[in-house]
Design a protein around this ligand. Sequence first.
Ligand SMILES: C[S@@+](CC[C@H](N)C(=O)[O-])C[C@H]1O[C@@H](n2cnc3c(N)ncnc32)[C@H](O)[C@@H]1O
Length: 370
Amino acid sequence: MDNTDLEIFLVATPGLETPLLAEAQEAGFAEARLAPGGVTVRGNLREVWRANLQLRGANKVLVRVGSFPAVHLAQLDKRARKFPWGVFLKPDVPVRVEATSRKSRIYHAGAARQRIEGAISDTLGAPISSEATVRVLLRIEKDICTLSLDTSGEALHKRGHKEAVAKAPMRETMAAMFLRNCGFDGSEPVLDPMCGSGTFVIEAAQIAMGLPPGRDRAFAFQDFAGFDPKAWAELRADWVATQTDTVFFGSDRNDGAIAAAQANASRAGVDGATQFQKRAVADLKPPMGGPGLVIVNPPYGARIGDEKRLRSLYGSFGKVMMSRFSGWRVGVVTSNQSLARATRLPLLPPGPIVDHGGTKIRLYQTEALP
Ligand SMILES: C[S@@+](CC[C@H](N)C(=O)[O-])C[C@H]1O[C@@H](n2cnc3c(N)ncnc32)[C@H](O)[C@@H]1O
C-alpha cells in the first residue's frame, strides 16, 4: 500500500457537508471535494492524523486502502486473502469488520463480512471482535469491493471534555459547523441563552483560542501497524493557543445545566474565556464586548401539548432579541419551522435540513438586528 497518497474520506453530518468542505480547504487539505456523505481529500498518513486532530466538523476520518472487483463470494475470499493486511493492521490488535452491499451480485453483506474476517484472522492472525476499536469497512457497489479503515475510533464529536451532559445536547461537530454557517471566525463574542451543557459556547471559545479539537483524546490509528508515536506526539503538540480578550457567554434557567457547562468548559481548558450564568431568557441582557452572535438551540418539544408553551418561549426570546440586542446576529437551531417563525425575528431563508440523530433540524439566521 502506498501511504503517501491516500484517499481520505471525511464523514459529515448529513446537511453539513458544505461547511466541512470549507473547513478542509482552509486547513490546507489537498484536493478537497464534496462527495455523498462527506468530503474527500488526499494526503499521506500524517494528513490522516492531522484531519482527526484539527477538523471540527468531521464525524469520522476514513481512509481507502484497497479496491477490487468481485462477483461472487469465492472471488472475494481469494482477493481478501491476497490483501496485504499486515501493512496497516497489527496481529495482536482486535479488528471489527462491517460490510454493505448495493446493486451487486454479492448481495449478502453478512456473508461478505465473514470472508473479510476469515482473511484477516487466517492471514494476519488478528482476533475478530465486535468490541474492537479498529474497524475495517467493506463497501460493495456495482460489483466493486472497496476496503476502508476507520482511523478515528470513537466518533469525533467526542472531544474528551464533555462528561457532564444536560438534556438533549448538541454534538460538538454540528455546533462547530453551525457556528461556521453563522459566519463565526473567533473574533466576536457569542451568547447562547439556553446553553444546556454549553456545547456552542465551549466550541466557540476553542475556535477563538485555536485549540485543536482532538488534542485530548485517542484515535484508532494509534493501534495501526507502522504507527509512529514520536511523529504523532510532535504533530499533536504543534499548536499554540491564541490569546483572546473575547468572552463567550452561556446562560440557562436550569442550575444543573450551568454546573455541567462550567465543568465541561474547565475540562476543555476554556474556563478563562467563558462565562456561564443561571438566567431565564426573559431576563437576558447583552453581554459586554458586543455586538456579536447569539446562537441557540431551544427545546423543540416532541410531546403533544408542548407546542403552546414553546410558542411563548420562542416568542419571548424573539422579543428580547429585538428590543435589547441591536447589532447582534441571531442563529436559531430548531426542528420546527413554525416555532422558528414564532420568534417574529427577520429570518433569512433557512439553511439545509440537518440530521440530528434522526431529528431533522435547520439553522434559521438573521442579519445584524436593527
Ligand atoms: C435543547 S437544550 C440545549 C442543549 C445545548 N445546546 C447543549 O448542547 O447541551 C435547551 C435548553 O433550554 C433551556 N431553557 C428552556 N427554557 C428556558 C428559558 N425560559 N430560559 C432559559 N433557558 C431555558 C433548558 O434548560 C435546556 O437546557
